[in-house]
Every structure is written in C-alpha cells, then in structure tokens.
Design a protein around this ligand. Structure first.
Ligand code: ADP
Length: 446
C-alpha cells in the first residue's frame, strides 16, 4: 500500500501573498477533517501550516502547497503537507520562527523530493478513521474541490471560534482540576481522621496493657509474699516434727515396737521431704521478691569446683554413673557471688545425678571472650525440645520415667539466681540423648 495512495495530491494550492496564509490555514483544516483527524489535531496542523507559510512567504517569497495521504511504516496513515518554496531556502535549511511549531505535528522536516526541496510536515490519522482506499481518496478530492476558499475575515471568525473553544476547554480542565483537588483533600482528611482514630485505639490499648501488667506484677508479688509467709510459718512446726520423731526413736526413750518405729521413721522422712520443699519455696520466693542481693567478689573457680567435687560425691551413689568435675584451666577467675554460683551448679549436678542411670555427669568451665560458660552435661534420659521451656516453670516435672522425687522448683530457682548474677541458663537436650545445661556468666560480674 506504500506510495500508491499518495500518488495524486488531495489538494494543491499556491502561497504567494499574505492572504494566502489564511486560505492555506483554512483549507489545511478542511483536509485534516476530511481524512479523519480529530478536532484538536485539525487545529494543530492548521496552525502549523499557517506558521510555516508565514515563514516561507518572508524568506522565499512563497511556496506551492500540496496535501497527501501516506501509509507509514507503522502501517498507519499520515496526512502530509509539502510546502515547496518558489525560491531556494537560505542555506537549504528551514528553521521555524516559533519553536512550538514542531510540537504541533508529528514530523516537520526539510526533504528533497526529485530534486525539489520541500518543507514537509505530517500528522498521524487515527486508526478509527476510514481507510483511505483509492475510491475514498477520489471522494476526498471531490469533496475538497467543492468547498470554496473563503475570505481572510471568514477564516479569522473561524479562528476566533476555535480560540473560544480552546479557552472553554482550558476552563473546564481547570474546573476538573479543582474538583480533583477537592477530592484529594477530602480523602486526605478522611485518612487523617482514620489515622487519628487508630492512634487513639493504640493509646487505649497501651493504657490497658500497662494496667494489666501492673495487675500481673501485683499478683506475682502477692504470690511470692504468700509463699514466703507460708513456708516460713511451716518451717518451725515441720522442724519440730522431725525433732520429735527423732526423740521418739532415740535409744534413751521408751522402746517402740517394730511397727511403731517403722511408722515413726516414715513420719520423719515425710517431714524431711516437706522441710526440703518448704526451704526451696522459701528460696524461690526470696529470689523472686528481689530479697537476694548477689555479693560480688573475685571467685576462684578451682576452689568452687573443688568444693563441689567433695559435696557432690556423697550424692553420686550409683556405681554405673561417674561424676566428673573438670579442673578449670588457670587462671580461672571471675567476679560473681560464690555462694549463689555454687548453689546453681550443685542444683544442676544434683539433677544430673538424680536422672542419670548410667554413664556420666560432667561439669566443665570454659572462658569465651568476656564470659564464662559452665556446662553440666549428663548421659541421662534427656528432655524433649517441646518441654525445654516448661521445665523452668515452677512445680513442673516431666511426667514418666524421670519423675524421681523432687519438687519441680530447682530449675526455676537456678534460673532466677543466674539472672540475678547477670547471666543466662540454657538447655540443649533431646529425648534419649542426655542433657546439657549451660550457665553463661559475665566475667566482670552482674
Ligand atoms: P526437680 O528436680 O525437683 O523435679 P527441677 O526444677 O530441678 O525439679 O526439674 C524439673 C524437671 O525437669 C524434673 O522433674 C525432670 O523431669 C526434668 N529434669 C531436670 N534436670 C534433668 C536432667 N538432667 N535430665 C533429665 N530430666 C531433667
């Protein structure tokens, strides 16, 4: 289809005098309308034509103007206007007076066609316009031939009309913009309100949270107080029971029958268990209520470990279980509370010995940067990972095989103490694979 529809111009006219500019403008618009350019584009190409025509009239004394339809490389049609100057362009070049002209059309260039230099402009015909078949082009030509060029005054009237229409459009665009602005403002206000609402909600939630945590703190304090009081009150009578039972079985007392002495022993061992529980409760309550204040001093781990080796040996009663307290590498010094640290390690070793049936229970200390890590590991039954948090809860004991006496208060107490010492107590263990409790303390103290 290239070239073929363009063979014959749609319209030809001459630019020689000032008045021709108006006519070219008017006819240019008509051609644009006939080939299907939209209203805005008709005005644009007409304006560009009149500007270029004015320039050429001044510089070359006129031009021959022709309009064509081309099929472009984009398989769309283009309206093309060629203005062939009657005398050569100065330097063979053309530069519009107004820079805006080139923006009114798709292309504006100087081309040489068969030895003739022309100023050429084009504008794309919308896809919605009817395809310019040769028949349609013939119709266009007839239609354009029918319309007669009117006077400059008529063209001025038309131009005025276009100007008013353009102004109207600008005004309606401005109104539209104002409308949009109002919309945006309303949306903004709405969002701000919503944000404030959310903020108020969050503030209320925080207040409620504060209140709840205060209640929780109060509840925890009364629990500690209750435990401390009860255990304190219980200690005296339980100690008395143990003393009395001992008296009853004393050789200086009246002899008891075998059954009686068995029962008195039972009373005594039950009371001793009770006293153990009461003491542990009291310890925990003290630690929780902040009444334990660590006394920091230089601690020589080798001496602590030496003492532990001695005291724990008495508890390591199973021949199948070896207790190993490794000698810490010298110098093994840290700033901590020796009594509390001893209590924690004793507690962990005691558990290890209590729950391990064969293998070993081992204590070792290693320094890592500014921390000392104490590892108490055993080859006992291990603890399933999902219970690792629970065993640090008060009174929790793993159900089943590992339930051998005890109160379930040892680990929560140990963790409390370690926290007071500025450290952490962690567990790594799996069922059937032994357990390793790690106490990590800052070398410089809490
Ligand atoms: P207690 O030893 O008095 O029962 P703890 O608080 O010291 O209380 O321990 C809680 C529970 O954690 C124990 O009852 C036991 O089920 C489990 N546990 C603690 N240490 C070990 C260990 N070394 N190996 C296996 N289970 C353990």
């Amino acid at each position: 289809m290239t070239g073929e529809p363009a063979a014959l111009p749609l319209l030809q006219m001459a630019l020689r005098v000032e008045q021709d500019i108006f006519v070219i403008r008017q006819r240019g618009r008509e051609v644009a309308a006939v080939v299907g350019l939209e209203h805005q584009d008709q005005v644009r190409i007409a304006t560009a034509l009149s500007e270029v025509a004015r320039d050429l009239l001044q510089t070359t004394g006129g031009a021959d103007v022709s309009f064509h339809i081309d099929a472009g490389a984009d398989s769309r049609f283009h309206l093309r206007a060629d203005l062939a100057p009657v005398t050569p362009l100065p330097d063979g070049r053309y530069q519009p007076q107004s820079g805006a002209v080139s923006r009114l059309v798709d292309t504006l260039s100087v081309s040489t066609v068969e030895g003739v230099t022309v100023v050429r402009m084009s504008r794309r015909v919308p896809a919605s316009a009817p395809t310019p078949t040769p028949e349609r082009l013939a119709e266009f030509r007839t239609e354009l031939g029918r319309t007669v060029a009117s006077s400059a005054l008529d063209e001025l009237t038309v131009q005025n009309g276009q100007l008013i229409a353009a102004l109207d459009e600008v005004r309606s665009q401005r109104d539209e913009l104002a409308e949009t602005n109002r919309g945006v403002l309303a949306l903004y206000n709405e969002l701000t309100e919503e944000l404030e609402e959310t903020n108020r909600g969050v503030v209320a939630l925080y207040a409620e949270l504060d209140e709840k945590s205060a209640q929780l703190r109060a509840a925890s304090e009364s629990k500690s107080r209750f435990l401390a009081n009860v255990s304190h009150e219980l200690r005296a009578p339980v100690t008395a029971i143990i003393g009395l039972a001992r008296l009853l079985t004393d050789s200086a007392s009246d002899p008891l029958t075998d059954e009686q002495s068995r029962q008195v022993d039972l009373i005594r061992s039950s009371a001793a268990d009770l006293l153990g529980l009461v003491n542990e409760l009291l310890d925990l309550a003290k630690a929780e209520s902040g009444r334990i204040e660590p006394e920091l001093a230089d601690v020589d781990l080798r001496s602590v470990f030496g003492q532990l080796r001695g005291t724990m040996r008495a508890l390591a009663t199973r021949p199948e279980v070896k207790l190993v307290v490794e000698e810490p590498t010298a110098p093994a010094l840290l700033s901590s509370d020796e009594v509390l640290l001893g209590q924690v390690l004793r507690n962990l070793l005691h558990n290890g010995l209590k729950f391990t049936e064969r293998g070993e229970v081992r204590l070792q200390a290693r320094q890592h940067g500014d921390r000392w890590n104490f590892e108490v590991s055993d080859t006992g039954p291990g603890i399933a990972p999902e219970l690792h948090d629970r065993i640090f809860e008060e009174f929790y004991q793993v159900p089943g095989a590992t339930r051998v006496g005890g109160t379930g208060l040892g680990l929560p107490y140990a963790r409390r103490l370690v926290t007071l010492l500025g450290g952490t107590l962690e567990l790594s263990s799996e069922s059937g694979r032994g357990s390793t409790f790690t106490v990590s303390l800052p070398t410089g103290g809490a």
